[in-house]
Design a protein around this ligand. Sequence first.
Ligand code: PLP
Length: 770
Amino acid sequence: MLNLTDIQPQKNEVYLDNNATTPVLPQAAEAAIHTMNLCYGNPSSSHMTGIRAKYILDSTRTLARQVTGATDGKIIFTSGATEGIQTSIISALNAARETAHNITKPVLLYGATEHKAVPETLKHWNKMLNIGAEVVAIPVDENGILDFDFIAANVPNALMICTMIANNETGVFQDLAGLETVIRANNSDVLWMVDCVQGLGKIPLALSNTTIDYAPFSGHKLYGPKGIGFLYVRETAPYTPIIAGGGQEGGLRSGTENLPGIASLNAIFKLLADENDDTFKSHQVLVAYRAQLAETLAEVFPTIVYNHDFNYSLPTTLNFSVEGLSSKDIMNLFDAARIRVSAGSACSSKVTGSFVLDAMGKSTWQSEGAIRMSFGPASTQEEIDQACSAIKNAVAAMRHSCLILSDADETFDSKANGLQQWIYDQQCTWCYIDQDAKEIVLIDPVPELVAKFDTLVSCQNYSIKAILATHKHDEQADTPAILRELLGEKVPAGDFDQLGWNNATTTQVTLANDSVASAISIGEKVLVKVALPGHTNNSVAYLLGTAVAGKLAADDIDYVFSGDTIQIGGIGRSDFDVSDSTALYSSIKELSAVINEDTLICPAHDYKQLFTTTLALESANTPLLSKVIKDAIDSTVFVDEKAAIDKEITASDEPTYCGSIKESIDPSIDVTPEQLTSFLIENDNVMVLDVREPHEFEAYSDVNIAEQQLVNVPLTQLTDFVHTFHEQKQHSAFVCICRSGSRSDAAAKTLKRMGFENVYHVPGGFALYS
Ligand code: PLP
């Protein structure tokens, strides 16, 4: 295990994720350490050590009142805002148990863009306390501003209303005075919680001049450590302790107080309250910082779109999207370039948007591609300058990877060559580039990836040889045609069939079973179309390989693009209206007659991040496939057995899955970050595969691994690697590494599955290996 002191930030890290958590101010850290070392007493003890500790507790409470304008009411120290939110909601709902019966249809209102802690807590305690209210989201407009008319109409029936001072994803703030007017005009008694987490230090507060009943705060959003926060409760608001015990905090919250955390708040509050101290910057300074960052971003991403209006937002948050770039692309690049930001959506293979941006009615690409960049109220000019120069440097790597185009008229060779897998929502688009011929083919395109493809083509002046689908269900859009339309003149004219095959440019090749098939050339290779009806009546596979004297032997096929006919996990479904299981039986036979059992199959979906497969692997996973290939059953039995499998898939939790993996995937073998250096010294012939994308590799390549040992094998090009290096399966050891250990784990599992014998991965990746 690594020693804690070995876990260090990278040099020159640029931290722009302050809405998630802030760094701890040195003064706050010192206050906590001082308290731990010297003022470690229990504030409840009556001896002098205890009295000193109590002084810290009480004086911090006084300072909390000062910085929040809470001249009366309660200030209770908590573990953070989530606890403050629980306490507020439980207090309100507990009180509502008596009043709920006066309202015929009670509701609990919350802003649609509220932090998840709020709606989840409302739902949880509404159920646990048997309140029976309806939990209702208050809609917001395109600027994220709460709908006052909706509040006016619904608040009369509300037991509680929860709003926020400023949003954590967008920085959008609410007009508290306006809200108060509309709430109180329509329900003078409703309990009102305002989540103030993102406001303190950025918006002046005068809580006691308002009718806000509860206001939770969090220390780690304002330069304090994690695990400390506080809650303001209005004098007249009901209160229920959620932690009973020794009676600390005047019986309002038991448990010995987190004195080091409280001491750090003490230091922060003093700085906030001190008008002569410039640790916390003025609004104007923060606005200037934002302008500087926005100017840099506009320079590097000319098509940037902000997902919020700066006029309605705190200056410290910039939430943006760039069409054609996924949030994952930008996040990974920035992280490699030592710039920490956060993605609006999670970086999983399943595309998810941001519920905040969805509530604001932003388009899907904006919501799915959102990046949040947040600095803090104590950020410095130096940090912002450093951030801007790091952003400029990082983006050069993105240009070289053709993810964005340069304004300058530069020509360069991106070095992209071979096969790439682009995943969107578990659908695979396969892109094949012949670097020498500058030709490109796209198979099973997803419309959401068109901008990425367009940029790539323009960046390298590729000539588009084909944009193809492997099949089309009746209800599906004609994606190749849509792309041809969007790409305009970049696609040569032709005579296209419904899957995008250009009949005007074909030649013919003979396959291993002596059948003759239609082919197009790409560089020195051919792409051959083979009809495989069954999953749908128009399903085909495309074979990419090297034809010799008009013949494409099974051994010379590099890849098979199998669509949904052969999946990772078995045979594709054949229970649609346009399916035909008898035809599928023949199609499988046809395919197995023209390829080898080890030919790499590239399907149209990748549900488990396994990239590629073979007939041999699939036969082991699905005995039915094996029986067809070995001629062990006839088509009638196949049809019955296939129907039973399809029924099972439809009944499963994930009925859309066209393949269900039954095989157990071997876990990858770890080389831990602390073992890696000695592993590389002690073992000969080790190849370290950095499976990050080329732009990340370029942005952060000063890793501590000998150049001759380190190869960039982007995860999107892993199938190409499996093909190119298949002869080294037994010889070398391969250590996969990435940013965090997630992609390297996927790569190692796939390589193992594809027969590479000595494969390892580094859990924690470059984040822990330095
Ligand atoms: N509310 C908002 C607006 C937040 O941003 C957060 C943290 O992300 C929370 C509540 C929860 O705060 P804590 O981490 O202190 O529990």
